[in-house]
Design a protein around this ligand. Sequence first.
Ligand code: SIN
Length: 294
Amino acid sequence: MTKFVDLTPTLGTEILDLDLADDLDDATAATLQRLLGLRGLLVFRDQAKLTPERHVEISRRFGGLEVHVQKRYHHQAHPEILIVSNVVENGAPIGLADAGKYWHSDLSYLAEPSLGSLLHAQELPTDGSGDTLFADTRASYDALDAATKRRLVGLSAEHSYVARNNAQAAVNPDRRIDESTAAKVPPVLHPVVRAHPLTKRPALFVNEGFTTRIVDLPDAESRALLDRLFAHSIEPRFLYRHQWRAHDLVFWDNRSTMHLATGCPANERRTLFRTTVRGDRPIAYVPAAAEIAA
Ligand code: SIN
C-alpha cells in the first residue's frame, strides 16, 4: 500500500492501491490504524470482491465489534453487520432506513463509544443522491476562540440513544423499541472535549444526534452552548462530502469526526453494510495554560 491522496487539508485520505478482499498483513493494518488516527477518514474505492464475511474479518483487525441494539436490522448471517437501507421487502424494511440523518458520532451513547465504523456500499441510488457528510471535530475544536476553549474545560455532556430513538419513532413507528432494549442503553456522560487516544489531539465530542445536555450548566445555558457548538462544527470549512461510488468502503474515526446521511428520494434504493469497532472510554482533554490564555 503506497498510494494515497488527501481529500481535504485536514480530513480524509483515499487509499488508491489496496483491495481489502486480499490478505491484510500486520504492517499494512498498523499503517491504516495510524492513518485513521491522523486523517479521521479512509476511503477505499471499488471493493467489489469484499464479502460480508471478509468485511467482518477486516473490521476485527481494528478491535472488537459492536452488535447494534436493534436486532431486526442485523445481517442474518453476520449480526456484527448493521444493514443501513431504505429498501422495503415484503412490507418490512430490510435495514435501518433513517440511520444517521442527523449529525452524530456512532454509539456516542455508550460508556465506551465506537472507535470507528466501516461502511460498504451494496446498492446506491441511480440519481447520484445519498452522499454522506463528515465533519472534522478536531479542526472545529482548534478553530474555537480561547474564551470558548476555557469555558469547555471540565464540562461533561449526556448522550442518550433513547432520547434520539424516541424522536425518530415519533415520525417512524418502525423505530419503536421495548423497555428491555431501552434498558440496555442508559444515558451516559462524556467530556465535551476529548483527547484522541493515539494522537492526543483534542476533538469536540458533542453531536446533535445523541447529546442531550451539558450536565454542569443550567438548562438554558447548556442548550445555547450546545446549539452554538453544533452550528460551529458543521461549518463548510470542516466538512468532507463523500459521493458514493459502486462498492466503496469508507472507514471513519468516531473519536474525531461526526457524520450525516443526506438521504435519497424514496423511489431510489440505497443499501450499505456497516460494522462498528468498539472503542475506549473518552478521556477529557486538558489544554495547556497558553492555549486558553486570555
Ligand atoms: C450511518 O450513520 O452509519 C449511515 C451513514 C449513511 O447512510 O450515509
